[in-house]
Design a protein around this ligand. Structure first.
Ligand SMILES: [Zn+2]
Length: 167
């Protein structure tokens, strides 16, 4: 028989849809799947969290021993490295893209420059920050473009619902 491996030492693919999470409560009850309380229960010691990482020829059982890793992967705690976004009020300059062909459409292309040094690596995280900080409705299904350039620093283009943009 084998002991479960440690997820933290294996670059575990937490968000892979085929991963099966198994929760064993301190009373011995076994459940699977995850919900909004999984992280807190595991962190408080009310349960231990395991996961099966399905492979092509066999599947291995892991113990989720680094709950911070787990929480960052699911966006339960903010991950600055993965998202490119510090957990602060961003200083951004923005304008409607000069390449926008339909500036009166419901969504428009917006060019964003970060004066705070952040960048967009995770559009959903950017959308969440901008909704909270500026009230923007950023389209997350259409993706984003941009990156670092010598002239402009970090510059990105995103789609934003026009009526949510305020000066
Ligand atoms: Zn920032």
């Amino acid at each position: 028989m084998q002991e479960p491996r440690n997820a933290a030492s294996a670059d575990f693919p937490y968000t892979l849809s085929t991963v099966c999470y198994i929760e064993v409560s301190s009373g011995g009850t076994v459940t699977f799947g995850r919900d909004a309380g999984t992280y807190e229960r595991a962190r408080s010691g009310a349960s231990r969290l395991y996961a099966v990482w399905p492979g092509q020829y066999r599947s291995d059982l892991f113990v989720i021993d680094d709950l911070d890793d787990y929480a960052r992967a699911f966006g339960i705690v903010h991950d600055e490295r993965r998202t490119g976004l510090a957990d602060h009020e961003h200083r951004v300059r923005w304008s409607i893209s000069p390449y926008e062909t339909n500036p009166n459409g419901s969504y428009v292309s917006v060019e964003v420059r970060f004066d705070c040094g952040c960048e967009i690596k995770d559009l959903a995280a950017f959308a969440k920050h901008m909704r909270e900080q500026k009230g923007w409705a950023v389209a997350t299904s259409t993706g984003f473009s941009g990156g670092w350039s010598q002239d402009d620093g970090h510059r990105f283009s995103v789609r934003v619902r026009r009526t949510s943009l305020r000066a």
